[in-house]
Design a protein around this ligand. Sequence first.
Ligand code: ASP
Length: 337
Amino acid sequence: MNFVGHHILTVDQFDRADIQRVFKVADSMIPYANRERVTRVLEGAILGNMFFEPSTRTRVSFGCAWNLLGGEVRETTGIKASALAKGESFYDTARVLSGYSDAIVMRHEMMGSVAEFAAASRVPVINGGDGANEHPSQALLDLYTIDRELKHNGKRIDQMTIALVGDLRFGRAVHSLCKLLSLYTSIKFRLISPEALALPASYIESIQAAGHEVIQTSNLQEGISKADIVYVTRTQEERFDSPEEALRYKGLFRMNQAVYTEFCQPNTVIMHPLPRDSRAEANELDNDLNDNPNLAIFRQTDNGVVIRMALFALILDVVDQVDASSRPVNWYTARRF
Ligand code: ASP
């Protein structure tokens, strides 16, 4: 794949070599994310960070990634704060914002919205999540995390067992991750959800067509028992017709230390795209796992910064210039990696 000047709208754009390229560039960003060095490679460049749907991690980490490369960020949050609320089209919004920015990250609740926006943009657009469809940068950071965690445990992505738990129907992070994992070999997928929130058939068919094993179950204990990775998700309440309907599915699967100790094999890695819903009726990933060294959720969020730096460096064609415009930092810093 040629990254330079291109949009990143779906993980369908990536093959295994592209993923390796992103991971290699992400590794080279660690000294910057770790605040050992600063680079000014994107000095003067402006990111349009356009989040028309709620976001904490994705919005802030894309902004930080751009800042860490030396650029400036302009952002808008929420539909109400933008002219989309006045009936402006994606076309007009994209034409306008792409006049102000060197790249745009965009999130919106409608499936396909970011692609429609990107078609009218004059600068590269990264999909920060389009409804229940896709979340490519999340899937890349998840896969990068899986790769690092498994290597640490002497394992590989090929042949691993992954249990995906919760709302697999509306969870866009899961959708994008399943597509990326399909590029690997002989993975055992354990899909744990209530029937109504099962992974859509089209995803299951493409996983199977790529030669992987799929078992669907609504039994958490059984599904997680041989997993190398347990990837827990939140009930995507904003995609249901009513809050009451979403409430029916909250709290059905609760990962906590007791369940981990009894049913998981040693060193099973626990992941979650976050936010985890910590309210009593849901609590799909209990705080009592916080001291479990196999809980990788905050390593995922740290990894999000280097993956997003890598995407910017690749699409803006500055990978080879990052180090040249860098210097050591001169303030106290805490290590992340
Ligand atoms: N933060 C992820 C997303 O935007 C997962 C979630 O919201 O549950 O898709």
